[in-house]
Unconditional design. Sequence first.
Length: 249
Amino acid sequence: WSLRDGWEGRAKIITKLSLLQECPQDAPVSVLNAFVDASIYKSCSALGVQKIDVLMLHRSSHLFNWNGGVWQRLLDHKSSGIIGELGASVQNPEELAVTLSNPAIQYIQLPFNLLDWRWDSIIPEILSIKAKRKLIIHVRSALLQGLLPSLDDSHWLCANVDQPAPIKDWLLNQASICQRASVTDLCLSYVNALKWVDGIAIGMENMTQLIENTNYFNHQPLNESQVAKIQNSRPKLKEDTLNPALWVK
C-alpha cells in the first residue's frame, strides 16, 4: 500500500529469492525454472509491481546449486527486464569472497556490527572492487539481533558469552566517550561511518520503532578517530557469539 500511496518510483525495491527448499536437488531445468519464476512472481504480486529493481540470492550457494541453473534463470529474467539488478546475501567472509568474484553481483548484504572482527581482512578487497565497478554493500544485524544493547545477562549467556559484564561495560563506556544517546546509537553510528558500507537494514515492529530508527540515522556518524579507537580497543567475541545460528536456543 505504501508504494501505491506515492512511493512507487521513488523507492528502490530490494528483495530476496525464496530459499527454494522444496525444489529437489535433481530437479530438471523446467521444474527448477518454475520454482524460481514462482518466487519472483509472488514477490511482484505482493508488492504490486511489474518488475523488481534488485533481486538477491537468499543463499550464495545458489550461485552453483542445481548446476548453476538458478543463477542462469535470474540472468535470463534480468535480460528480459523483469529484474533490474542482481545481488546475494552472504553469511561469512568465505561466502563474500565468492560473490565478490562475480561481476554480475552488484548488491551484497552481510551481517556486521562494531564487534565483528571477521571481515577485517576482506575489507580492502571490497574497497578495491568498489573503485572499479558498481558494488553496493548493505549491512544487516548491526545490533547483533538485539544482543549488543541488551543489559540482560541471560541474553548474553544464550549467545555463548560467559562473562558479559566487561563487554556491556565497554559498550556503555564507548557510547559515553563518543557522546551517543545509547548503545544502539553507538552501534548504528559506527556502521554508518564506514566507507565500504552503503546502507543498513534494520527491522521495526511498529511506528514508534520506525521513528526511533529514523532519529538515529539523522545523527552524525562517528568520525575516523572514534572508529579507530573502537577498532583498537574492542573486546574480541567468539565465532559462536558472532553467528546467531550457533546460539543456545
